[in-house]
Ligand binder design. Sequence first.
Ligand code: DC
Length: 238
Amino acid sequence: MDSSATLTTSKIIVAIDGYSSCGKSTLAKQIAKEKGYIYVDTGAMYRAIALYSIRNKIISDAHFDEQKLIESLPEIKVSFSYNPTLNASETYLDGENIEKEIRGIAVSNQVSKVAQIKEVRAKLVEVQRELGKAKGLVMDGRDIGSVVFPNAELKIFMTADHNVRAQRRFDELQAKGDNIPFEDVLENITKRDNDDTSRSENPLIQAEDAIVIDNSEITQDEQLKIALDYVNEKLTVA
Ligand code: DC
């Protein structure tokens, strides 16, 4: 190889978007670990705002005071802190570690309503762009390649057959002792796909320049290899 013709750029932004339960965060964390990059889970930010809204009686199954949420936004402080024991970054709301609570069913049931609010998205997109200033970042979500970082060096759009996704989620829940019927898991995935793609504010779309990884029939190791080949190609400019 003619090394004089090869330059290595220092750091890039990897934007990962895709459907729910496609393994976006698994891949994003693996890439971040391999490259020594920061991983940012933007879904956790929307979940933190949903938790704040539940706690402050702004949202419930039957009620949503959008105006109150918009007025409260300047007070809501969402941050991340790296936990070396877990080798992962955890989400904080006003200084409280909320990592476990935001993954629960109460938050999952309300978060897509919160994610539809234009002002919520504007606030979080601003925070996300700030985090990307120094590059060296892997960020996953729904609008990262399309809105947050339209100039990201690498955009990955992840997808998988919805039956395969439902089966993986079903197996995970069973392993945790949660005996939800398969049909309910499938229905939930279909509903979330619909919410994500049909909302008017920054819906889930595949950016034109994104590479698509369909992991219906490949292993996590195969998926990681494909992604890392793309990352390394972007890091090496001729
Ligand atoms: O990835 P997740 O399931 O933790 O996302 C939680 C919710 O937030 C889900 O309803 C999609 C929404 N979301 C979004 O609208 N935009 C993002 N960039 C990330 C998540």
